[in-house]
Design a protein. Structure first.
Lengths: 242, 407
């Protein structure tokens, strides 16, 4: 069955902190649908609620109202334990800083999510090496990641996704801090993942990266801004791209 | 997540932060070694104190004539030994002694000293090894006092004075006791216990020979003893044994219960009990030091673990993101702590062994180390490690995932 993600009137309110009189509505009634083989880009300035929305989609952040549904599962209704089990089976992540464990070797970082899926050591090693070689990192599998450049780290993070593909890929500012060449690299990698059938939710404010999206959802103060316009823009971009 | 995988991740966690893990192991191993050494000191000193004070004599019921009573019943007799053994079945052995002051002549030297006639299990009371020759054998120590051979074993002090060329030479010498020859069968080493030291400057012979051949002025009959020693097990009820002996001996001599006891019952363990009390206080002081070391180790371990977890918050957040449950993380941290505890326990065993050997070799501190103590090292390491890591494990297991990620 094709993966389908549905975000329904999602709300997350943080209590007032640091002298603020009002609670912060980090995500305020967000509604959208994403499907397999599609890149959905959340764009907007820092602090507009993109990362919180991504965390809620992944079941890492609770919601105050609304729901996130992935197929038949209501992610926002799962307990912490069940949410972890759902995440390990369905969600891949690409982080702004690549999300690597510094003291680990490249190959161990790539294999890390597979450990929690109880993959056999031999299988996960083979998958990790294949993914690293596919991205031209075959010569650095035994190196520790704290000695890698920013671009290399980002590619290792992507190798982790390729080695163990999941139906839902969440990318949080994957091109932040990268030069044009490396951003282009990330763009290509996202296209590879889309071609593999992943449903990709991308949070970014990099206009270069937005061009790869099938759907663009601008956010302001926790809300989607003129979603219809955004969808049209996404459709126009998709048409232009094709 | 499989246990094998958790163990593998825990091993990585320990080995990836080598400096921190080393600090943890050193802190914990030192704390455990301190406890193990304190234990070894307490046990070692207590054994040494008991042994050097009274040896087996500390566990004995010593029966002798009661000189305080008006009616004279005389000393206990050899024939009392068998009924006493029957009345006090828990007694391990019995010995009868007869002591008298005599003149020794060995080589050309003459001097005065005590002669002890022994029957029964006398060796335990002497508590000394043999420097040369042999001790009186079973037939020579017959409890009926029938052995009258003029066979002598001489104490270490006399041997040192009279046989300057070594104990072996004493065996070839001619010993005369009150003018009569006595064949030297053996020479004793100095006694290990204080109570046995009276035999260092004495000659020990058969009970019958002492009574019938060497005593010049006999004050007691041939079958009367200076004292009878009943050796009791360490956990025996002395009071019960004394009551049984008193009832039996009253009946034997016809002394009613309304009269004072016809014999005197010495309890050498009274002084030992004093020592035991002192030792208990000493042990309590050491226990206090041990608890302080233990609390110190626990706090140090817990603090380093907590600091390490803070340092690794990013790693744990990532693991949670990839699908680790809080239970998986808590398990990994607990296993890491157990690994550190296990390594610390093993290191503590080595440190303890080195310290014990060094203490015995160079400063003669009496330390008693057993396999139990060594195994307790490991168990203690694991306990402290788990206890120290518990607050962190609990916090991780109960922290909401999003909170972990935000921190």
């Amino acid at each position: 069955m094709t993966f389908r993600l549905s975000v329904e009137r999602l709300v997350r309110i943080f209590p007032a902190q640091g002298g603020a009189a009002e609670p912060t509505r980090a995500v305020d009634g967000v509604d959208f649908v994403a499907t397999a083989g599609e890149i959905t880009a959340l764009v907007g300035p820092s602090g507009c609620g993109k990362s919180t929305l991504l965390a809620m989609i992944a079941g890492l952040e609770p919601c105050d109202s609304g729901a996130v549904r992935a197929g038949a599962v209501t992610v926002t209704a799962l307990s912490a334990e069940k949410s972890a089990l759902w995440r390990r089976a369905h969600v891949g992540f690409l982080f702004q800083d690549a999300g690597l464990v510094d003291r680990m070797r490249v190959i161990d970082n790539v294999m890390l999510p597979m450990i929690y899926r109880n993959a056999k050591p031999r299988d996960r090693r083979a998958a990790a090496i294949a993914a690293l070689e596919r991205l031209g990192l075959g010569n650095m599998i035994e190196r520790r990641v704290d000695g890698l450049s920013g671009g290399e780290r980002r590619r290792v993070g992507f190798a982790r996704i390729l080695a163990d593909p999941r139906p839902l890929l969440i990318c949080d500012e994957p091109s932040a801090g990268l030069d044009a060449d490396n951003t282009e690299e990330i763009r290509k990698l996202l296209q590879i993942a889309r071609a593999d059938g992943a449903c990709i939710i991308l949070a970014t404010h990099d206009p270069e990266l937005v061009t790869v999206a099938d759907k663009v959802l601008p956010m302001r103060r926790g809300q989607l801004v003129a979603p219809d316009l955004a969808l049209r823009a996404g459709a126009q971009q998709a048409a232009a791209a094709s | 997540m499989r246990l094998s995988e958790q163990i593998r991740q825990a091993i990585w966690g320990v080995s990836a932060w080598k400096g921190r893990s080393l600090a943890l192991v050193v802190a914990l191993a030192c704390a455990i070694t301190t406890i193990a050494l304190l234990l070894a000191i307490v046990v070692g000193f207590s054994r040494e104190i008991e042994r050097t004070s009274f040896g087996a004599y500390a566990r004995a019921l010593v029966i002798s004539e009661n000189l305080q009573v008006f009616d004279r019943y005389g000393p206990p007799r050899l024939r009392n030994i068998s009924p006493l053994r029957a009345a006090i079945p828990e007694a391990e052995s019995a010995a009868a002694w007869r002591s008298t002051f005599v003149q020794f002549t060995l080589v050309q030297e003459r001097r005065g000293g005590f002669l002890y006639g022994a029957a029964g299990a006398a060796r335990a009371e002497i508590d000394a090894d043999l420097a040369a020759g042999r001790f009186l054998n079973e037939s020579e120590l017959a409890v009926d006092g029938s052995a009258t051979q003029r066979a002598c074993v001489i104490g270490a002090t006399i041997a040192a004075n009279l046989c300057t060329d070594g104990a072996e030479r004493c065996l070839d010498e001619r010993l005369r006791v009150n003018g009569r020859d006595c064949a030297i069968l053996g020479v004793l080493e100095p006694s290990r216990s204080v109570s046995g030291r009276r035999f260092d400057g004495a000659v020990i012979t058969t009970f019958g020979a002492a009574a019938r051949q060497f005593e010049v002025e006999t004050q007691i009959a041939a079958d009367e003893t200076s004292w009878i020693t009943l050796l009791l097990p360490a956990d025996a009820d002395r009071q019960k044994a004394q009551t049984a002996a008193d009832l039996l001996l009253r009946k034997a001599v016809g002394a009613p219960l309304s009269q004072p006891p016809p014999f005197s019952y010495q309890d050498p363990s009274v002084d030992v009990r004093d020592l035991a009390r002192q030792r208990r206080i000493f042990g309590q002081i050491l226990l206090l030091v041990g608890i302080t070391a233990c609390v110190g180790g626990f706090v140090a371990f817990g603090s380093v673990i907590a600091a390490a977890i803070n340092e690794r918050r990013r790693e744990f957040s990532l693991r949670l993101t990839f699908g680790a449950t809080p239970g998986d993380l808590a398990g990994q941290i607990a296993i890491e702590a157990l690994l550190v505890g296990l390594i610390s326990g093993a290191c503590a065993i080595l440190l303890t062994l080195v310290a014990v050997v060094a203490a015995q070799e160079f400063v003669s501190i009496p330390l008693a180390l057993s396999l139990d103590t060594l195994l307790a090292n490991i168990a203690f390491g694991l306990f402290i490690a788990l206890l120290g890591a518990w607050p962190v494990v609990w916090r991780i297991a109960n922290a909401p995932v999003n909170q972990m990620l935000r921190q």
